[in-house]
Design a protein around this ligand. Structure first.
Ligand SMILES: NC(=O)c1ccc[n+]([C@@H]2O[C@H](COP(=O)([O-])OP(=O)(O)OC[C@H]3O[C@@H](n4cnc5c(N)ncnc54)[C@H](OP(=O)(O)O)[C@@H]3O)[C@@H](O)[C@H]2O)c1
Length: 287
């Protein structure tokens, strides 16, 4: 991973104007997981809304390619990036130092990075347990803490959870537990920051058509999967609209709202046996 510290900002006009410098440094939206299916949709949606982008993912080449693509559609977009392994505190510190040197401040943070490892818990390694907890929870908390310290007058924070937080999920146990942790953390933070100009929204989507393996899973779930699934662009739009309106929690799509309401009607044991039966045959990994 290489970060030469090159600044990809393209606000040439502003950059040349003395006294306008502060203005060019503020108003960035940080998007983690920008190189993934959902993060990429957030990046395009923010660019369409005229926002300045600060993108992060692990691959500098993929971040640069993404910025190139976004510029192909929105030529005047201000965009910078930093490749960072969010599970590694030192890598995060390097990114924070870079941002400090550049002097960026933020009006938005979209915590999108995440890993959806799915397999029996006994088949995890210690390394994988740490990896999934760190990227899904610790990274979001760490980025949020950093961005709060560099926020503009107002700040909008999106936390990408999952409908998996609604139920404890056998065979998807760490994923659903980490998404629940995110939900509780960001909902609590929202109350702590009331009146400070910071809005916080947790988003809990069902399936999203991103990686080919996820699309295949959705198809494999038949009508249920299709009823629940949405496109990344739909999720990005709904999420950014929701945080603008300062919603606490959204579950985009009618079917997902319905699924979330079921816990009140069906005993937990029955639900978990149903989920275990569904997920037992599926397995996916990540690093
Ligand atoms: N797709 C769905 O069905 C669905 C449903 C509900 C919620 N979600 C949530 O939506 C988010 C994005 O999902 P997706 O479908 O877009 O997944 P994805 O395409 O696999 O993207 C995951 C993103 O997270 C980044 N990431 C993973 N590990 C990282 C690490 N150690 N350090 C820094 N970045 C890391 C990846 O960066 P690299 O490019 O470097 O790997 C990538 O940008 C996740 O939080 C997921 O839980 C997804």
């Amino acid at each position: 991973m290489q970060n030469a510290g090159r600044n990809f900002t393209s606000c040439a006009f502003y950059d040349t104007m003395k006294g306008m410098e502060e203005q060019t440094k503020s108003g960035y939206i940080m998007i983690s997981g920008a190189t993934g299916g959902v993060g990429r949709a957030f990046a395009f949606e923010c660019a369409a809304r005229g926002k300045k982008l600060f993108l992060t993912g692990r691959s500098e080449a993929r971040l640069d390619a993404l910025i190139g693509e976004i510029r192909g559609r929105y030529a005047s977009v201000c965009a910078d990036r930093f490749a960072c392994d969010l599970t590694d505190m030192h890598s995060r510190e390097e990114m924070f130092s870079y941002i400090g040197e550049q002097g960026y401040t933020f009006s938005g943070l979209c915590n999108i990075a995440g890993a959806d490892i799915q397999k029996p818990f006994e088949r995890y390694t210690q390394e994988k347990i740490a990896f999934q907890c760190r990227v899904n929870v610790e990274a979001a908390m760490s980025l949020t803490h950093f961005v709060l310290g560099r926020r503009d007058k107002s700040l909008e924070i999106v936390a990408m959870g999952s409908i998996s937080a609604v139920y404890p999920m056998p065979y998807f146990a760490i994923y659903s537990a980490t998404k629940k942790a995110l939900e509780y953390f960001f909902m609590s933070l929202r109350v702590e920051l009331r009146g400070s100009g910071v809005k916080v929204t947790v988003v809990e989507p069902g399936g999203i058509y991103t990686r080919p393996d996820i699309c295949k899973d959705i198809e494999g779930q038949g009508v249920w999967g299709k009823l629940s699934a949405k496109t990344p662009a739909y999720i990005a739009k709904k999420s950014l609209n929701a945080v603008r309106r300062n919603k606490r929690l959204i579950r985009p799509g009618f079917w997902n709202k319905f699924i979330a309401a079921v816990p009140r009607l069906v005993p937990l044991g029955v639900r978990m046996r149903f989920i275990a039966h569904r997920w037992k045959k599926l397995e996916k990994d990540a690093f």
